[in-house]
Each structure stands twice: as C-alpha cells, then as structure tokens.
Design a protein around this ligand. Structure first.
Ligand code: NAD
Ligand code: LMR
Length: 356
C-alpha cells in the first residue's frame, strides 16, 4: 500500500521534535466511525481546526485510506488511524474529546428509533472503551437515535462509576443549523445573523424550535410558524428522502458537528460565553446565584426529564451551566408536552437497554 508506505517512511525519517511526538499545544480528539459518511468530512474539518493537535480516526473499516488521505493536509494536527476493535483502546487513550458518528443511518420510511437495535450495541461498546481509556474526555454523541443513545452512554458510564454529566453531550446542533437556515430564508436575512434555540431532543416532535426566542427579535405569522416548525422537525427526513436510500445527512452534519466540537474545545480552553444547544443530563446541580434563575428553589432541572436539549454554557469542565427554557408561548407549550411524552419513552428505552 503506497500511502501507508510513505506515511511510515515519513515517521522513520521525521526528526523528533515536539510535533512528531504529538506534543504541540492543542487538544487530542478522536472520531469513532471516522470512515463513514459523516466521519470523513468531519475528520477533514477537524484536521483544519487549529485547536486540535492530535486527531485519532477510528472505524471498523477503511481507516488506513482515510487517514493516509487526510494526513497529507498541511495543517497542524497530527493524524493517526486505528482499525477494528483491537485498536480501539489505542485510539482512545489520552483523548480530550471523543466524537461518535459510528452506526447505521436511516433509509426512507424509517424512523431514527428503527436504528436502535443496531446502534445501541455499537454505542455501548464504544463507551465501554471510553471508560477504560479516557473516562475524563468530553463525549459528543451523534449516533442515532440520540434521544436513546445518550441515556445508553450515561448508563454505561454510571455502571463503571465514571459518569460525569458535564461531559456527555448529545449533538443536536444540526437542528439549530437547519433552524437558522430556514428562519433566515423566511425573514430574508443572512443565516449567520440568525440564532434559533432548538430544545427537547433529536427526533420528530421532540425537536422543538423556540421561534418566539429567535434573535434578532422578530415575529412570524401562524402560517410561518407551522411551516417552520414542520420543516425543522422533518429536516432529517427531507435529506433521507432526497438521498433515496443512500443514507442521511452527512455534509451538513459534519459541518454542525465541527461547529459544536469547536465550541466544546473553546470552552475547554477557557473561553468565556460559549453557549450552544445540546442534549444533556439536565439534572446537573446548577449555581443558585445565576441571574437566569427565576425560581432557584423550584427550577433546578430544565424539565422533569433526566435528559433534555437546551442551551448550555460550555467551559473548562464541559457543561458548566444549563439554562432554563425561558418564556414559551401557547404553541410552544403544547409542543413541549408532546416532546416530553416521546422523549420520556426514548430515554427509558436507552436506560433499560443497559439495566436489563
Ligand atoms: P455511515 O454508515 O456512512 O457511517 C457510519 C460509520 O460507522 C461507518 O464507517 C461504519 O463502518 C462505522 N461503524 C459501524 N460500527 C462501528 C463500530 N462498532 N465502531 C466504529 N465504527 C463503526 O453513516 P453516517 O451517515 O455517517 O451516520 C452515522 C450515524 O449518525 C447514524 O446513526 C445517523 O443516523 C447519525 N446521524 C446523526 C445526526 C445528528 O444530528 N445527531 C445527523 C446525521 C446522522
Ligand atoms: C438528521 O437529523 O439529519 C439525522 O438525525 C439523520 C436522520 O436520520 O434524519
């Protein structure tokens, strides 16, 4: 294999400075499922991220080729490939951030929950590796159904005694990215100027855009609200149908995953004011003193559910603050009730998968 031969030669001939030892300043990031539809563009974009010093690419197929290809990019991160379960531990050891897009995608006619039977086991195995090799890493979980895979990961970590709710984040950034795009289209604005909070979870009615809280401040007609809500909730299905059997969103997802991972890394670095939406354990103890708390004694949780997507502040230890939902209008309150019902069942399904 010519590419692995030249990679090897480069390693042998390389002068031992701090970079070839992987010692440059920056964060160590692993992508699990790196050879897939999301994994490949995600790996490429992470190789371009100046906050990353070491990039580990793990998959059960094709990582040598993807790694050889990406390693030729003249950016700072040192790239290493890992293939198959026997290399999982080396892929994970010492990582600060682990991004997981491993697992099967939907085909037309399927729900995300239809992926549970295959992806639950994949996520469980990968999280057991995290327990053994980098229990303190931040985990960005992309594999669907996110509403169940995040509770699965939490249960694996709890069982091992390593669960830190600040460090486990289900990636719902694509819902925010879509919401910003679709809302900007309706308002005739540049999507980069628009900020739409999307809360709840990552499937159908659990995806709850808070159109009453869009920035810049604006208003919508009832027709616009029902069009936008439906389009945002069905964004994934729109792509699945357009791809007609060849998979689900990969490029916009890689973009969203990098946007989110970059926010996590900036938080780890200590940057102030990093706030994004994510699906997290929402019963993390919260500071009493923060001004966003209207009823500090009553609202220690975002909802009564153990996991929920909402705005969170990212910092040196991961999720450092979870914001309450803020004032909802009647339409959003009704949406929230529907979302909570479905979410409760999906969360329970994930928890039972590990407990039983
Ligand atoms: P894909 O099939 O193209 O790639 C998945 C990759 O995972 C493959 O390379 C496969 O070899 C790898 N894989 C399978 N089992 C593995 C294991 N045990 N360990 C490591 N790698 C393993 O799929 P895709 O389009 O990249 O989507 C991946 C997942 O992401 C799907 O579950 C999909 O539903 C989900 N997804 C989530 C979001 C989100 O917003 N959270 C968005 C899009 C897709
Ligand atoms: C998405 O929102 O695009 C992903 O969750 C993939 C899917 O199955 O829709």
């Amino acid at each position: 294999n010519p590419s692995s031969c030249s990679m090897e030669q480069g390693r042998v001939l390389g002068r031992m400075n701090c970079r070839s030892k992987g010692g440059a300043s920056g964060f160590k990031v692993a992508i699990l499922g790196a050879a897939g539809g999301i994994g490949q563009p995600l790996a490429m974009l992470m190789k371009m991220n100046p906050l990353v010093s070491v990039l580990h690419l793990y998959d059960v197929v094709n990582t040598p080729g993807v790694t050889a290809d990406i390693s030729h990019m003249d950016t700072g991160a040192v790239v290493r490939g890992f293939l198959g379960p026997q290399q999982l531990e080396n892929a994970l050891t010492g990582m600060n951030l682990v991004i997981i897009p491993a697992g099967v995608p939907r085909k037309p006619g399927m729900t995300r929950d239809d992926l549970f039977n295959i992806n639950a086991g994949i996520v469980k195995t990968l999280c057991e590796g995290i327990v053994r090799c980098c229990p303190g890493a931040i985990v960005n979980l992309i594999s669907n159904p996110v509403n169940s895979t995040v509770p699965i990961a939490a249960e694996v970590f709890k069982k091992a005694g390593t669960f830190d709710p600040k460090k486990l984040l289900g990636v719902t950034m694509l819902d925010v990215v879509r919401a910003n795009t679709f809302v900007a289209e309706v308002l005739g604005l540049d999507p980069r100027e628009v900020d739409v909070p999307v809360v709840g979870g990552h499937a159908g009615v659990t995806i709850l855009p808070l159109l009453s809280q869009v920035k810049p401040k604006c208003s919508f007609t009832p027709e616009e609200i029902s069009y936008l809500t439906a389009r945002i909730q069905n964004g994934g299905t729109e792509v699945v149908e357009a791809k007609a059997g060849s998979g689900s969103a990969t490029l916009s997802m890689a973009y969203a995953a990098v946007k989110f991972a970059d926010a996590c890394l900036r938080g780890l670095r200590g940057d102030a004011g990093i706030v994004e939406c994510a699906f997290v354990a929402s019963q993390v103890p919260l500071p009493n003193s923060h001004p966003v708390y209207i009823h500090p004694s009553a609202t220690r949780h975002v909802t009564e559910l153990p996991f929920f997507a909402s705005k969170v502040r990212l910092g040196r230890t991961g999720v450092e603050e979870i914001y309450p939902l803020g004032p909802l209008n009647e339409y959003e309150r009704a949406g929230l009730e529907k979302a909570k019902k479905e979410l409760a069942a999906s969360i329970q399904k994930g928890v039972s998968f590990i407990k039983n």
